[in-house]
Each structure stands twice: as C-alpha cells, then as structure tokens.
Design a protein around this ligand. Structure first.
Ligand SMILES: [Zn+2]
Length: 112
C-alpha cells in the first residue's frame, strides 16, 4: 500500500494546457501555466513585430497601430517597413487587449 501511495505521489500534477494561435501568421504555441498569462511571438504577419498570441479558437483580430504623435529623441518600435508602431491591438468581441510599446528615453550614457 505504501508503494502505491509513493507511486501516486510521483505522478506530476497535470496543468491545464493552453493552446495559442495567431490570426496573422502560422505560429502556434502550447503553455502549461495555470496563472493567467499571455504569450508573445515575433510575428511575420505583422512584419516582425512582437505580437501576442490569442487562445486557440478565439475569434479576433490582432493589428499593429502606427504612432500618430511626433517622434522625437525617443526610441520607438518599428515594424519591417520602418513604420513607427505604437501598439499592437487585439480586438475581440468582449473588448480590446492592448500591448503598448512604451517609448524609451534615449540615454547619452554619460553624466551631464
Ligand atoms: Zn503571428
């Protein structure tokens, strides 16, 4: 009986499997993370941008949104056609998820 109990203790707890897909490219992924999370990938369909996967079977669209504001001395994210991209937006029936590429202040690397 003790042997059987040990055997069961060795069986790993199966996490829920989450399948991911991208409406803009062929990539898919599978994660086994129990907590809420989002997978990102470099999307060929969005010209190399980092885009979120969506849960497989989700009816939605994922699209890049260009920056509309003036680009100064900040480092911004560009797509493969050198368009400055402000965010990647996932439009679902329940609402939008937005991944914002926050501009980074350019550093001079020195003091003063
Ligand atoms: Zn993709």
């Amino acid at each position: 009986m003790q042997f059987i109990r040990n055997l069961f203790n060795r069986v790993p707890i199966l996490n829920s499997e989450q399948r991911w897909e991208c409406p803009n490219c062929e990539l898919t992924d599978i994660t086994h993370e129990a907590r809420p999370h989002t997978r990102f990938h470099t999307c060929r369909g969005l010209k190399g941008l980092t885009a979120p996967f969506v849960p497989a079977g989700t009816r939605c669209k994922v699209e890049a949104v260009e920056r509309e504001d003036y680009i100064g001395q900040e480092v911004v994210t560009y797509d493969g056609e050198s368009r400055p991209i402000m965010r990647v937006e996932t439009t679902r029936e329940e609402g939008n998820d937005v991944a914002v590429f926050a501009p980074l202040a350019r550093s001079n690397g020195g003091v003063g």
